[in-house]
Design a protein around this ligand. Structure first.
Ligand SMILES: [Zn+2]
Length: 438
């Protein structure tokens, strides 16, 4: 009995020793870099929660990352650092035999923010290092200057901000052939911007111009600095059933999602930030109830406008591509929660559907989709002219309730100008009548 007990203890000690020896090693399995206009994100895939320290060296500029009990079977020096502020990733002689020392050779002096992420979906443990340029005092004050929402008098362009969903660590939905939603979103967003920029009196701006992740809240913050008249987020759907197909247009719901699909998409959107690496930074409001009440109050107007644009864009898409839903859809997407900017989200197709995955990779299809979306946007701004904007429709179709003086007011002109331009003898107009605008 006694000796048996002793053997058991011995085995236990031996076993614990082996386990802790195994646990002690942190394997760096991969390194990825994502360069954005204002930072570079370096992501290390590690076998477990990592224990590490970092410090900078200058002349030349370097960031040193010491990973405790780290090992790496991969060749760090062959990590792709092209077009980024990191010149090279390499291994360096460690301060002790239990440390893996990784050095990032930097193009210029940078500051670092680092954090580790717990396993989520396709990713295991990650160590994330965000490097950004040192803010000079002048740049810091400039950044904090309040953004003016009121437009200057005088003719100006209508600004459309286009947001390509996902990016970087967050691939979005995946196609059966391996297409990544983040890539098709960006391609469509760029084509859409192209077409908008060809319109007189309209200008397009992109929240994301390359393959990097932007947290959802930051997307609306970026948009805000661009003084947009409209925010359009581009996505492609993914669903577990490959038969699901067609495009849909979404606006922010008052309360929750309007459909099962809406709830599904909201969940996916939430996981976006966790995947992309914003999970450790809480984007939630401290008091959700108060936030919701305030949001509701200020959103009523832009929600109505959003709904009108969405209807126009939906109409354009209906004539171009297969629709998943023939009505405007509602969900609580965070990316649409700008209280003062009309915002819509377009799911261009289902990337999880083999036929639609193919379409989503076709430049010709991107052009078709973009033409439909631009058509919808133009139609909206034709009926709802922006005061002081250069963009002016050539004609207007009389709607129920319109009067000639009302139309004149809407388009910044006078009844006599309208009558002259359209050779009208009276002030009477009828529904459906096409009026040429001066
Ligand atoms: Zn998406």
């Amino acid at each position: 009995m006694n000796s048996c007990f002793r053997v058991l203890i011995f085995i236990q000690v031996l076993f614990t020793g082996v386990v802790s020896a195994v646990q002690a090693q942190t394997v760096v399995e991969g390194v990825r870099l994502w360069q954005s206009p204002d930072s570079v994100r370096v992501v290390f895939d590690v076998s477990e929660k990592v224990s590490y320290s970092t410090f900078f060296l200058d002349n030349p500029d370097r960031l040193v990352i010491d990973i405790k009990n780290g090992v790496s079977p991969i060749k760090l020096s062959s990590v792709n650092t092209r077009d980024s502020w990191v010149k090279k990733v390499r291994r360096s002689s460690p301060p002790d035999k239990d440390t893996l020392r990784v050095v990032l050779d930097l193009e210029k002096p940078l500051t670092a923010k680092d954090f580790s992420l717990a396993p989520y979906q396709q990713y295991g443990h990650r160590l994330v290092v965000d490097l950004s340029p040192k803010l000079t005092a002048a740049a810091a004050t400039k950044k904090e200057a309040p953004v003016k929402r009121h437009h200057k008098p005088g003719a100006r362009d209508i600004v459309i901000v286009i947001d390509a969903g996902h990016g970087g660590e967050d691939p979005g939905a995946l196609g059966p052939k391996g297409s990544k939603e983040k890539d098709v979103n960006l391609a469509i967003a760029k084509e859409l911007a192209n077409q908008i920029n060809k319109e007189k009196g309209m200008v397009a701006k992109l929240t994301r111009t390359g393959d990097y992740y932007i947290p959802l809240k930051k997307r609306t913050d970026i948009a805000r600095t661009m003084n947009p008249d409209l925010f359009v987020s581009i996505h492609a759907d993914g669903f577990h059933d490959p038969r699901a197909k067609g495009a849909s247009v979404w606006v922010l719901s008052g309360r929750g999602a309007s459909s099962e699909m809406g709830r599904w998409l909201e969940k996916l959107e939430d996981s976006s930030d966790l995947l992309g690496g914003a999970g450790s930074v809480s984007l939630q409001d401290k008091d959700p109830l108060l936030a919701e009440v305030l949001l509701d109050l200020s959103m009523t107007h832009s929600r109505e406008a959003s709904h009108q644009v969405a209807k126009k864009v939906l109409h354009g898409l209906k004539n171009t591509t297969r629709m998943h839903k023939h009505d405007v859809q509602y969900a609580g997407f965070r990316v649409l929660k700008s209280p003062d900017i009309p915002s819509i989200l377009v799911e261009t197709a289902f990337i999880s559907n083999p036929v639609e995955e193919k379409n989503l990779n076709s430049k010709k299809h991107h052009r078709k989709l973009s033409r439909a979306i631009v058509g919808g946007i133009k139609s909206y701004f034709s009926e709802n002219p922006v005061p002081g904007a250069l963009f002016k429709p050539a004609e207007y179709i009389v709607q129920r309730g319109d009067t000639l003086s009302g139309v004149a007011l809407k388009f910044d002109t006078s009844v006599s100008h309208l009558k002259e331009k359209n050779q009208l003898t009276s002030d009477q107009v009828r529904i459906g009548q096409v009026l040429k605008l001066p």
